[in-house]
Design a binder for this molecule. Structure first.
Ligand code: FAD
Length: 437
């Protein structure tokens, strides 16, 4: 990228918008190309079917978005996001038992995915020299022998096609990205893929928070555990006086999408509290299902020859089982890393692709480590095995010990490295063994 005149981002989802924020000011012009029509406000759109389901933003993702687009969190609260104090506002039944009600250690905004995206989009659209073009579908890359020089787009109103030239194209088009196919057609070979599928499935529904609700908690999370190893569910308060309830099941034990089946599944969790709360609440729409949640990593960074002028980020490069709520945060952190690398003068796209791919490693290890355990398979490597064992023991302690709980949340929210859980002080606490939850 000797010239930094124009960058094109494919996809106006969370990864695309975060990357657009990262490229702003580093390229003379940035264009985001999105297939869907935009709505005036937070609304469902067909290109992001997952937005009907619970989307928790981790503390690290929130920070990354604030770094990229200052004022993001304030904007999210102004648009109606609900502050969640962790763990104070949570009724949390973990695999190791109930979590004590400890004083708040973090406050994070809780909102629907649609609101998060809309607030991001407004911020990004307001940046100088930024254009967000809707109803344009990227149908292919334009390239010469050395580099990608732009994209081919088709207008979705049927009025024709065009080529948009760019010094950098960033594919952030999500799980259904065509990047691997496009690269193969350009002669770059087959992209290797790792797939780990614990056959998880979601079903979600919104309810009105009942009038006079005492607001003694804002989250209920019942995780799979002893007695009910495959089923879990969460209820989270979001904007608009709504509870968003997502039920999930592993190994094909999927929650049904009919009214009775949904409630019966909720009643079958390890504790009936979530069911008892929603049973009498007013539903605000139908139940929606989602089934394609495998961890899928495309190893673009391993291709022997990588074209200058192209990067692939977000779910297009590394899609994670959403039960662990990492995708948006990883996308935001990748975008921030990309900005830092560009600011250091790294211009070689092969190096940028490798560096941004490395940023997915930790989230990948967590999601795949947990899913391999569901599948009854051994962890991918020794480090993953050690981390899983330590996290299991620490979880028990985190349920009953305020200090451990705080550090545990830091690590869960990716605000601290897992090493924060390996200090001598924590080792001494662990050696004492957990008190009873
Ligand atoms: C059920 C479910 C629940 C989830 N829960 C969480 C959670 O709790 N926390 C969390 O952090 N993450 C969660 N995620 C993951 C999260 O949705 C994604 O990881 C994150 O949003 C990053 O996605 P993305 O922007 O890469 O892709 P997407 O969100 O899929 O966006 C891709 C965009 O590209 C557009 N597009 C696609 N093809 C083209 C094309 N050819 N031309 C132009 N535009 C195109 C699409 O219309 C879309 O707007 C969940 C995912 C699922 C499936």
């Amino acid at each position: 990228m000797e010239r930094r005149q124009h960058a094109v981002v494919i996809g106006g989802g969370i990864a695309g918008l975060a990357v657009a924020g990262a490229l702003a000011g580093r390229f003379r012009r940035v264009t985001v190309v999105e297939r869907d029509a935009s709505a005036d406000g937070a609304a469902f759109r067909a290109g992001v079917p997952q937005s009907r389901h619970l989307h928790s933003l981790m503390g690290a993702g929130q920070r990354a978005l604030d770094d990229l687009l200052p004022g993001f969190t304030d904007g999210l609260y102004a648009a109606g996001a609900v502050p969640l104090r962790t763990p104070y506002d949570h009724l949390w039944l973990s695999p190791a038992g109930w979590c004590h009600r400890f004083p708040p250690s973090h406050t994070v905004p809780s909102a629907s995915r649609e609101l998060v995206e809309w607030v991001l989009r407004r911020r990004v659209s307001g940046l100088p020299d930024m254009v967000v073009r809707d109803r344009l579908e990227v149908t292919g890359l334009v390239a010469d022998d050395e580099r990608v020089t732009g994209v081919r787009v088709a207008r979705r109103d049927g009025s024709g096609a065009e080529e948009v030239t760019a010094d950098l194209v960033v594919d952030a088009s999500g799980r259904r990205s065509h990047a691997a196919r496009w690269l193969a057609a350009l002669g770059h070979g087959e992209t290797g893929t790792t797939l780990v599928d614990s056959r998880a499935g979601y079903a979600s529904r919104c309810y009105a928070v009942p009038e006079g609700f005492a607001d003694e908690w804002r989250v209920i999370s019942i995780q799979p555990g002893p007695g009910q190893p495959t089923r879990g569910g969460a209820l989270v308060q979001v904007e608009g006086g709504r509870w968003l309830v997502s039920l999930y099941g592993y190994l094909g034990d999927h929650p049904p999408t009919d009214e009775d089946g949904f409630l019966a599944f909720a009643a079958s969790l390890r504790h009936p509290v979530l069911h008892d709360v929603v049973r009498d609440a007013e539903p605000l729409g139908p139940v929606h299902g989602f089934r394609h949640m495998a961890n899928e990593r495309r190893h673009f960074e391993d291709l022997p020859r990588w074209p200058q002028g192209l990067l692939v980020v977000g779910d297009a490069a590394c899609a994670l089982n959403p039960v662990y709520a990492q995708g948006m945060s990883v996308a935001a952190m990748t975008a921030r890393r990309l900005r830092a690398l560009l600011d250091e003068g790294v211009d070689d796209c092969a190096a940028l692709q490798k560096e941004t791919a490395a940023g997915n490693d930790r989230a990948w290890r967590i999601a795949v480590g947990a899913d391999l355990a569901y599948l009854g398979e051994a962890p991918v490597d020794e480090r993953a095995r050690r981390e899983a064992g330590r996290m299991g023991r620490l979880l028990e302690l985190a349920m009953v010990d305020a200090e451990v709980n705080r550090v545990f949340f830091d690590v869960m929210m990716m605000l601290a490295e897992p090493d924060a859980l390996a200090t001598p002080a924590l080792a001494a606490r662990l050696a004492q063994g957990p008190a009873r939850p």
